[in-house]
Design a protein around this ligand. Structure first.
Ligand SMILES: NC(=O)C1=CN([C@@H]2O[C@H](COP(=O)(O)OP(=O)(O)OC[C@H]3O[C@@H](n4cnc5c(N)ncnc54)[C@H](O)[C@@H]3O)[C@@H](O)[C@H]2O)C=CC1
Ligand SMILES: NCC(=O)COP(=O)(O)O
Length: 341
């Protein structure tokens, strides 16, 4: 176990989802891993105790008052910041639970922003439930952009599994909005952020990017749409003129074939499902949602709250473990690059 003064901060997510279960499972898995970063959960002492008890996990919950107490406490049990709580009601979301999820996210973000935590790992929230208690963003990615004083377009969602990384260039919008919101500027802006994020946090010095087409057969010479010629090809030309290694537009149905997957480090996709379907189909239980372009490190499991199974004790914690490992690896990469000037 790495002993660091800066643990990772974990936001609780919706306490009625599978978040509490996968957090406890992840703690039990990672506490003995030599390279794992210690972490603490922001709020939910009773929620996490309830989850451990319900599923018969031998996982002491250690209430703490400050982030710096977490690394020492981590050896004895799961450190949890005391003071924010609701009763544990798995599978039965409540308004109070949504408020707790939001407060936990806000506090955890603040700890990461102030450098009291080495990074932020968010357990799943239910977006509609959060919006009902005042959350005014399409997702946590946009919330984090605002919290870091950036514009929404500066925070870029990337889904990363062991063998595939995908980026939805447009995210939580209706499909009918996608062609309206796609611009060459959006593509170039986000592609640059992806390239620098892969280099800074993932050690890929010259990242290879593949950019998808929007239409069937990338438009078939304009027969099935012209966004490729009008928007995507000019963006690719600009990125290449800046020295970036970019291929495309690659037809969406070819981009994820095993042969083509070997030719890039990240696939930049035109809309949410074009990026998330291949990642989840191939690597659901190890998929991490990482936000590039922020001054802080932020990762999350690729899945949601899974209310349908939250009271059954069958949630797979693989993606949460992967998110915790990835946040720790990114923190180490940033520390090493700071140390080497
Ligand atoms: N990072 C986040 O906070 C995310 C939040 N969401 C939110 O989650 C809520 C539910 O969204 P859905 O589309 O139903 O997606 P979901 O990922 O919660 O569930 C989809 C299916 O996968 C299963 N599943 C999900 N995670 C699992 C795990 N770890 N182990 C075993 N089975 C698992 C569920 O039981 C369900 O059958 C929505 O409110 C959405 O906004 C969705 C995706 C990411
Ligand atoms: N489908 C991915 C997702 O919903 C995660 O969004 P975010 O809360 O990380 O912005």
């Amino acid at each position: 176990m790495t002993v660091t003064p800066f643990p990772l901060a974990v936001s609780l997510g919706d306490p009625a989802g599978i978040g509490p279960e996968i957090i406890v499972r992840s703690y039990l898995k990672l506490r003995s891993e030599a390279s794992a970063y210690p972490f603490f959960v922001v709020g939910g002492v009773e929620v996490l105790r309830g989850a451990a008890q319900r599923y018969g996990f031998d996982c002491p919950i250690i209430p703490i008052a400050q982030p710096h107490e977490a690394p020492m406490a981590f050896h004895a049990g799961l450190p949890v910041m005391a003071g924010l709580d609701v009763p544990y009601t798995p599978g039965k979301p409540t308004r109070l639970g949504a408020k707790l999820a939001l407060t936990s996210l806000e506090w955890a973000t603040r700890f990461a922003g102030r450098g009291e935590a080495a990074g932020l790992v968010t357990a799943p929230v239910a977006k509609a439930a959060l919006m009902e208690v005042g959350f005014d963003f399409p997702g946590q990615t946009e919330f984090l952009a605002r919290a870091c004083n950036l514009s929404e377009k500066d925070a870029v969602m990337m889904l990363a599994g062991p063998s595939l990384r995908t980026v939805p260039l447009t995210v939580h919008i209706a499909l009918s909005e996608v062609p309206k919101q796609l611009t060459s500027d959006l593509i170039t802006h986000r592609a640059r952020i992806v390239a620098s994020g892969l280099s800074r946090d993932f050690g890929i010095k010259a990242p290879r990017l593949a950019i998808a087409g929007l239409n069937p057969h990338s438009g078939e010479d304009g027969q099935f749409g012209n966004e490729e010629a009008r928007i995507i090809e000019p963006a690719i030309a600009t990125l290449r003129s800046e020295g970036l290694d970019v291929i495309g537009p690659v037809p969406g149905d070819a981009l994820f074939t095993p042969r083509i997957r070997k030719t890039y480090d990240a696939a930049l996709c035109m809309y949410h499902d074009q990026a998330l379907i291949p990642l989840k189909a191939l690597e659901f239980d190890e998929g991490v949602n990482v936000t590039l372009g922020l001054p802080i490190i932020r990762t999350s499991p690729d899945h949601g709250t899974a209310f349908d199974i939250a009271d059954r004790g069958i949630a797979d914690a693989g993606a949460m473990c992967a998110a915790l490992r990835m946040a720790g690896a990114c923190a180490s990469a940033r520390q090493a690059s700071t140390a080497h000037g």
